[in-house]
Design a protein around this ligand. Sequence first.
Ligand SMILES: Cc1cc2nc3c(=O)[nH]c(=O)nc-3n(C[C@H](O)[C@H](O)[C@H](O)COP(=O)(O)O)c2cc1C
Length: 191
Amino acid sequence: MELINAINRRRSARKFLAQSPEREQVLPIMEAARFAHSIANRQVLRYLVCLNKVKSLVISDFISLASNIDDSMNQENPASAPAYIICIGPEGDSPSHFADLGAAFQNMSLAAMTEKLSMCFITQFDKTELTRLFELPHNHQILAVFAIGSAAESSVAYNAETLPTHIENPTDSRIIQIPKLRASQITSWIE
Ligand SMILES: Cc1cc2nc3c(=O)[nH]c(=O)nc-3n(C[C@H](O)[C@H](O)[C@H](O)COP(=O)(O)O)c2cc1C
């Protein structure tokens, strides 16, 4: 039951408190990563964990932590996280790497909740610049970046009949509403 609650309550965070998580808080998240599903149990993913605030600021310049309410337009105060996990996998365009990544992220973001941390899966990043910044294992590429920290925003899901084409910025509300289709809308039963 607790697990179902965590699954239902997990939300992506894009605004974070300045304080970086401690290594001890991130270790259980990396433990959760290692137990994730992977195709044929190949376990090809590797992670560069950056808890350094100054280096995280540099990473922030090359990622797009765009909120559903389109904070990417807020150039004066672009969203940034106090820590990042850079996900690395073998070069090549194998969809299985991205499937592994999704499975790992789900484990990690749920484990993060036990440490009162939130995460965001980021696929919009400057691969060239980030690759230049960090030494990658031979024949490896950056597949995704996960932002991590203590959320500085509240985000809750609600049952939606349809998905809005865009989400209005609720300027007078500090709670971000995330529409989720009902299970009955995404499920067909084969009788
Ligand atoms: C494969 C994938 C890529 C994503 N890329 C980004 C991204 O580049 N930037 C971002 O701010 N959010 C990104 N997200 C987060 C989604 O926008 C978020 O999961 C979605 O709005 C639903 O919100 P929730 O995670 O709070 O349920 C990504 C999520 C997934 C699964």
